[in-house]
Structure formats: C-alpha cells, structure tokens
Design a protein around this ligand. Structure first.
Ligand code: 2AM
Ligand code: CA
Ligand code: CA
Ligand code: CA
Length: 277
C-alpha cells in the first residue's frame, strides 16, 4: 500500500463537509421527536439519530475510501483488531444525554489514524457551530482561527473538567483522589461530552480533563488535537493510551497533567484504589 500518497487535506475537507451535512440533520432532530432507548443501563442512551448519523458516515467512508477501517460506537463499523492501515474513529453523537435532555453540548467526533499515528481530527460542536479540526503537523484550528501552542499551566490557576461520577463513590477510582485534584484547581466543570471537553483543552479554555471510562471513538479525534497543540494525554496512572481499548484518561497542559498525575500516583502509593488494566 502506498500510504505516502494519502491526501490528508482531501480527507480532512471531506470530513468537514460531512459533519456539516450530518449536523443539519441533528439540528432538525433536536427540535422534533427523538426515538430514545437505553443500552447497558437506564442512563446509557441511544437514539435513532445516533444510528442514522453513524450509518451516514459509514456509507460516506466506504464509498470514498474503501479499504479504510472504521471503529464506531453504534456497531455499524468494522471489527478492528489492529491499528494497521487507516483507521477512522467515529462517534456520531458524543453527548447523547445532552442531545436528548439539553438539546445542545453534543458533538460529532471523527479521528483518523494511519498505522496508529493521528492524522486528521474533526470535532463539530453542532449547536454552537464550532468546528475544531486539524491535519497533523499543520496546526489545529477552531473554525478559521489557529490554536496556540499550550503553555505549561499550573493546577492552582486551572479549570479542570471532571464528571461528578468520579467525585462520587464509584468502582474505578477512589473519589478521595479526584477530590484531592479538584481541591487544588481554581474550579471544575463538567460538560457531558468528552469530545467537546478534549476540544476545549486543545483550545486552552480548559486546562485539564479526567475521565475513568472513555472509548476510542470518544478520544480518537481529541487526542490528535491535543498532540498538535503540545498538550499531554495518558491513562490516569500515566500509562500510554491504548487506541483500540476503553481507557481512563488524564489530559491537560503539560504542567497541569504532571500535577494531576502526581496526585493519582500519591493516592495509589497510599493504598487508594485506581482501576488498572
Ligand atoms: P456518548 O454520549 O457518546 O455515550 C459523558 O460524560 C461522556 O462519556 C460522553 O462523552 C459519553 O459519550 C461518554 N460515555 C458515556 N457512557 C460511556 C461508556 N459506558 N463508556 C465510555 N464512554 C461513555
Ligand atoms: Ca453512548
Ligand atoms: Ca462518546
Ligand atoms: Ca456516542
């Protein structure tokens, strides 16, 4: 395969065109009737639009880029076992609960990798209209505005996104550890869409983000944006992220990431539980 001939600009432009088209359907859908079901639990929602939007992208990719593989949430993609070749990570609606309940703060997230290396990322915050996008090595953007390289930051002047789940009793991390981080920030936020939270970190309007449970389609695009602006992303215990697995994630400006990681490591050394793979 002559992977060196891949035209990433073309692919990027296609994805932007497709998210805008799919976004129009989602904007219409939030105003009308949604068919809502729950999956693994009552708070794990899926709608007709999650499925329809995923199928829209899969049809587009299969037609324009046969041979590329797709990892996507609602099950219409491929059974991908390795990061060989070109891989698309597609979340048709990231923040389905927001889509259903809040009618805003949901995104389409598309991240594309070649041999495990991030190449193109597009995160479309549909209702705000903001598109975060990049071709690796050519800068990251919000709409037409180039994003700055992130500074190092420090936790005490940081705003960090943490879902309340991880501050409460849960089986993945001792909430004491997470509270220890939260107490040392300037403030915490929770937006309910991992893709948007990652895009905000890349944009520099959030300084860090922690989650104990993200799937590859949640972070695939965001990770490319973060890398492009010089942020740091690992699992919560500092291990590298695994592209084909569910991961915990600790992400932020370099200094903020280091400080948060220190609190996690001190917690582990002190016998507090953190889900390790
Ligand atoms: P979703 O809306 O695409 O399901 C909510 O805090 C964030 O976590 C959203 O980005 C949501 O994505 C994601 N999320 C919700 N449930 C999840 C699960 N079981 N595994 C991984 N990510 C999940
Ligand atoms: Ca979901
Ligand atoms: Ca998601
Ligand atoms: Ca989703």
């Amino acid at each position: 395969i002559m992977t060196d001939t891949v035209n990433w600009k073309n692919i990027h432009d296609h994805v932007v065109e497709w998210v805008l088209e799919a976004g129009e359907s989602l904007k219409r859908a939030v105003k009308g009737h949604l068919n809502v079901e729950s999956k693994s639990s009552p708070d794990d929602l899926v709608t007709n639009m999650d499925k329809q939007t995923e199928q829209f992208f899969i049809n587009k990719v299969r037609t324009s880029y046969p041979g590329h593989q797709i990892v996507s949430e609602e099950g219409f993609g491929d059974e991908v076992k390795s990061t060989k070749g070109i891989l698309w990570f597609i979340d048709p609606i990231d923040g389905t609960m927001n889509f259903v309940h809040q009618k805003r703060h949901f995104a389409i997230s598309v991240g594309i990798y070649e041999e495990g290396v991030g190449k193109v990322a597009v995160i479309y915050d549909v209702i705000s209209g903001d598109i975060y996008h990049c071709i690796a090595g050519h800068g990251a953007y919000i709409n037409d505005e180039k994003l700055d390289e992130l500074d190092s930051g420090e936790l005490k002047t940081s705003v960090v996104a943490i879902n309340g789940t991880w501050l409460s009793k849960n089986r993945r991390i001792d909430p004491e550890i997470v509270r220890g981080i939260a107490e040392h920030t300037r403030g915490t936020r929770s937006y309910g869409s991992a893709a948007i939270e990652l895009a905000y970190v890349a944009y520099g309007i959030l300084d860090g983000y922690l989650s104990m449970r993200l799937a590859p389609w949640d972070f695939g695009a965001g990770l490319i944006l973060i890398d492009e602006v010089g942020g740091k992303a690992t699992q919560v215990d500092g291990q590298p992220l695994q592209l084909l697995e569910q991961n915990s994630i600790l992400i932020g400006k370099k200094g903020v990431h280091a400080e948060m990681l220190r609190y996690v490591q001190e917690g582990i050394q002190g016998g507090k539980y953190v889900q390790q793979k």
